[in-house]
Design a protein around this ligand. Structure first.
Ligand code: NDP
Ligand code: 8X3
Length: 251
């Protein structure tokens, strides 16, 4: 059975992807910081789909914790076929000159450095196996910038750039690299961005139908399930009401 490692599996795209991958018979290494949610998901997916899950609880910003958790996975889990680098967040929506610089650090440390740490830790297993597929979650914010998006947009532009670099540097190992760039999708994303304020978070999705976590999980699975010789390099996906990173048609 194939093995997929999905970061940020406790919510949103990561959780929906875990369900999609499990329904297609893959064994899953599931990561996140919320241990209880990981344990609950393991129990649910194993019971529902008859697959096996290995929950790994760590913060992707902590390089030693990442190396420790992934570097020491049991031998039977080391044959990772697919790595979904999904863990990430936006914090705040403020003008550049007014933004909280601690928010900047957290976004850069999570969205860019966390992705780098996890990938480097998992790669030796994929290289040893002779190939695999890395799927990075960028964003439409990694293609275009918008007002008060500054450092979140920069962190996702970095994901776009590193995905292109990985595709070149990992070619010799037969590892595919796909970057998926969603537009607005209703998950816990905005609740996190607005630091737990449900009114601000809800307002983001008012007046139009945003993408859902399941829409993105379907897209991730589509890219992951293509034949070995086919690689979607770069995919931008928005809801029909969204034209680009800043223009959304609201009724
Ligand atoms: P959610 O907030 O619903 O889920 C985010 C996931 O990331 C959670 O499982 C969370 O787990 C994990 N995570 C966050 N920080 C860390 C950390 N430091 N260490 C480990 N895990 C972490 O958001 P989405 O599902 O919407 O977002 C997933 C990805 O997609 C992100 O990279 C986001 O930037 C990107 N994206 C989202 C869009 C949207 O509109 N929703 C659009 C475009 C891209 P835990 O808290 O348990 O650690
Ligand atoms: C999340 C989408 O438009 O809020 O990456 O930046 S957006």
């Amino acid at each position: 059975m194939s093995i997929a490692l999905i970061t940020g599996a406790t919510a949103g795209f990561g959780k929906a992807s875990a369900e999609k991958f499990a329904s297609n018979g893959l064994n899953l290494i599931l990561t996140g910081r919320r241990k209880e949610r990981l344990e609950e998901l393991k129990v649910q997916l194993e019971k529902q789909y008859g697959i096996s899950c290995l929950p790994l609880c760590f913060d992707v910003r902590d390089k030693s914790a990442v190396n420790d958790a992934i570097g020491n996975i049991p031998a039977e889990w080391q044959g990772i076929d697919i790595l979904v680098n999904n863990a990430g967040l936006a914090l705040g929506r403020d003008y550049f000159d007014e933004a909280d610089m601690d928010d900047w650090d957290i976004m850069i440390d999570t969205n860019l450095k966390g992705l780098l740490y996890v990938t480097r830790a998992a790669l030796p297993f994929m290289i040893k196996k002779g190939g695999g597929h890395i799927i990075n979650l960028g964003s439409i914010a990694g293609k275009e910038v918008y007002e008060k998006g500054n450092v979140y947009c920069a962190s996702k532009h970095a994901v776009d750039a590193i995905s292109k670099s990985m595709r070149i540097d990992l070619l010799r190992h037969g590892i595919k690299v796909t970057a998926i760039h969603p537009g607005a999708a209703e998950t816990e994303f905005s609740l996190v961005r607005f630091k737990g304020d449900p009114d601000k978070a809800g307002a983001v999705y008012e007046g139009y139908e945003p993408l859902s976590a399941a829409d993105i999980a379907d897209t991730i699975w589509y890219c992951a399930s293509l034949p070995k010789h086919v690689c979607i390099n770069d995919l931008v996906i928005t809801c029909t009401a969204q034209a680009n990173s800043f223009l959304t048609f609201r009724k």
